[in-house]
Design a protein around this ligand. Structure first.
Ligand code: ZN
Length: 117
C-alpha cells in the first residue's frame, strides 16, 4: 500500500516565528489518499495543499504581516513502484514542466499506485 509522507521544512534564522520553529520536521502520513490540507494537532490548519502554500500565519504575504518561508516536501513509499516507473517518469515530466500542480501530480500518482496494488 502506498504511503504518502509530507515533511514541514522551516527556514531557521532570527526571523523565524515560534509557530514555524515548532513545525520544523513535523511529518504527516497518508495511505492511498491525497489530503486537501495539512492539520497540526495543536496549531490547526497549517498548509493548503490545493493552493500549495502555508496557512501557518493566515494569509502568507501581507504588507507588515507574516511572510512564511516554510515549504512542505513529500515522498512516496511503495514496494511495487518498480512496475510503474515509466508512467511515473511521464507524470514527473509534467510536473517539472509545470503543466500540472503538485496536488494534481500527487493525485494521479496515488491513483496509479492504488490501481497497481
Ligand atoms: Zn513558516
Amino acid at each position: 500500500m502506498p504511503t504518502l509522507t509530507f515533511t514541514w521544512q522551516t527556514t531557521i534564522d532570527n526571523k523565524t516565528c515560534d509557530k514555524c520553529r515548532q513545525l520544523h520536521g513535523y511529518e504527516w502520513f497518508f495511505y492511498d489518499e491525497m489530503p486537501r490540507v495539512l492539520l497540526h494537532p495543536t496549531l490547526g490548519l497549517v498548509w493548503d495543499m490545493v493552493a500549495d502554500q502555508s496557512q501557518a500565519h493566515g494569509l502568507p504575504i501581507r504588507r507588515g504581516g507574516w511572510r512564511c518561508r516554510c515549504i512542505v516536501t513529500w515522498r512516496i513509499n511503495d514496494e511495487d513502484l518498480q512496475d510503474d516507473l515509466l508512467e511515473i517518469r511521464r507524470e514527473t515530466r509534467l510536473l517539472e514542466d509545470r503543466l500540472v500542480t503538485t496536488t494534481q501530480f500527487l493525485e494521479s500518482f496515488i491513483a496509479l499506485l492504488v490501481g497497481a496494488t
